[in-house]
Design a protein around this ligand. Structure first.
Ligand SMILES: *Cc1c(COP(=O)(O)O)cnc(C)c1O
Length: 446
């Protein structure tokens, strides 16, 4: 790793080394995380970070952007080609500001908007009350049914009643096909814009492992760092359908991003996005995307074979929700910590029919994109399923105290006991052994 850093800033250098070790020695199963390539990191950690390039290719407010224009135009062209759309903006700094740019382009404050409720698997930026998007617009959330599938009839009814300007489709904790077609009918019937936020599944869409929204949505947003395996950033795309609804839509979105919301774009990241889009257009990436899904299916079956309940009884994408309610409500945070002690990183999550709260939910969300990047396959998934089931078993005897005052001390004691739990420590060595068989960034050395 970087030599200058080690002499100039040993503290950060050591922390970087420790983080590399942590990523190598654990199973990264947060479904929104991945391992980008060294080529992508090379683009990001480059002299491009030095340049101001407010504006767009060939229309800049600063001089010296001849080379930058090549880079940004390459990212734009690759995004358009890969997703089959006529327009792409690559400047949004991440997924949330990309979504905000969509709102600020097609809505006015106070307009009705619709998105899947966050505890049901939606994203904060789709109108949740703690997000600015749930405060400046009139948010009308739709939900999942008790079986965990999107309630399309409810969404249709809510759209008829509320006449939203914008409807979001695409989720963060939903293990089934995104119903693009159904939502296109709903949006068209009330004249709303349909924005497909494919942040989680973009890599699957590119690989042909999930249907593309391009014939259904007017606008497509995606992060570039999840299944796309690029740097942290975002794309905002306009489809042919979007241009048909509003021929100026592409231009308006560009203006919202700059000068509306941002100053200078991060061209070093845009170069990394360009590189990751090139990687994503390879045959190898198609196989990667298909393998993510095969792995997730194998993991879900393995977990169910070990007696665990999975929301919707399985998955067709890269993620799943373990529903721990049969053990008692509110066990998600306990399981998350026990898994961490065993060397597996996941996140606590609400489940369909949640009986606890978003802060103490009853499930965990986990997925296979990062493990698949490491080269793991179905065989490893069934081993991991058994380890996860064993680890979750260790939190059976803990349950969240009803009284808020007791919680703090109870959780502190739980964590202390769990950190020393011999069963979990034994699972951790199994995890380490597995990780060592699938080396991460061997080129970076020790
Ligand atoms: C991750 C995600 C976002 C936000 O991306 P950030 O880069 O974290 O701001 C938006 N929408 C969905 C569906 C996501 O999964």
């Amino acid at each position: 790793m970087a030599q200058n850093l080690s002499s100039i800033d040993p503290k950060i250098y050591e922390a970087l080394k420790m983080e590399l070790k942590r990523q190598r020695e654990g199973l990264e199963m947060i479904p929104s995380e991945n391992f980008t390539s060294l080529a992508v990191m090379e683009s990001m950690g480059s002299v491009l970070t030095n340049k101001y390039s407010e504006g767009y290719p060939a229309h800049r407010y600063y001089g010296g952007n001849q080379i930058i224009d090549i880079i940004e135009q390459t990212a734009i062209d690759r995004a358009k080609q890969l997703f089959g759309v006529p327009h792409a903006n690559v400047q949004a700094l991440s997924g949330s500001p990309a979504n905000l740019a969509v709102y600020l382009t097609v809505c006015k404050p106070g307009d009705a908007i619709m998105g899947l409720n966050l505890p049901d698997g939606g994203h904060l930026t789709h109108g949740f009350k703690t997000s600015i998007t749930g405060q400046i617009f009139r948010s009308v959330p739709y939900h999942v049914k008790p079986d965990g599938y999107i309630d399309i009839e409810e969404a249709r009814k809510l759209a008829q009643e509320n006449k939203p300007k914008l409807i979001w489709v695409g989720y963060t904790a939903y293990s089934r096909e995104v119903p693009f077609k159904e939502f296109a009918e709903i949006a068209d019937s009330v004249g709303a814009y349909l924005a497909a936020d494919i942040s989680h599944i973009a890599g699957l869409v590119v690989a042909g492992a999930h249907e593309s929204p391009r014939d259904y949505a007017h606008i497509i947003t995606t992060t570039t760092h999840k299944t796309m395996r690029g740097p942290r950033g975002a794309l905002i795309m306009v489809t042919d359908k979007g241009l048909k609804k509003d021929p100026e839509l592409a231009e308006r979105i560009n203006k919202t991003v700059f000068p509306g919301m941002q100053g200078g774009p991060h061209e070093n990241v845009i170069a990394g996005i360009a590189t990751s889009l090139l990687e994503a257009s390879s045959q190898e990436f198609k196989e990667y995307g298909q393998q993510i899904v095969r792995n997730a299916k194998a993991l879900a079956s393995g977990l169910m074979a070990n007696g665990m309940k999975i929301a919707t009884d399985g998955t067709v994408n890269h993620l799943m929700l373990i529903d721990l309610t049969p053990m008692g409500k509110g066990k998600g945070a306990f399981a998350e910590y026990a898994l961490e002690v065993a060397g597996i990183t996941v996140n606590k999550n609400t489940v369909p029919n949640e009986q606890s709260s978003p802060f103490y939910p009853s499930g965990v969300r986990l997925g296979t994109p990062a493990l698949t990047t490491r080269g793991m396959k179905e065989q490893e998934m069934s081993l991991i399923a058994r380890i996860i089931a064993d680890a979750c078993n260790e939190v059976k005897q803990y349950s969240l105290p009803e009284s808020k005052e007791e919680r703090h001390a109870y959780i502190a004691r739980f964590r202390e006991e769990t950190a020393k739990n011999q069963k979990l420590i034994a699972l951790r060595s199994e995890v380490l052994e597995l990780c060592n068989k699938f080396p991460l960034y061997p080129e970076l050395g020790q």
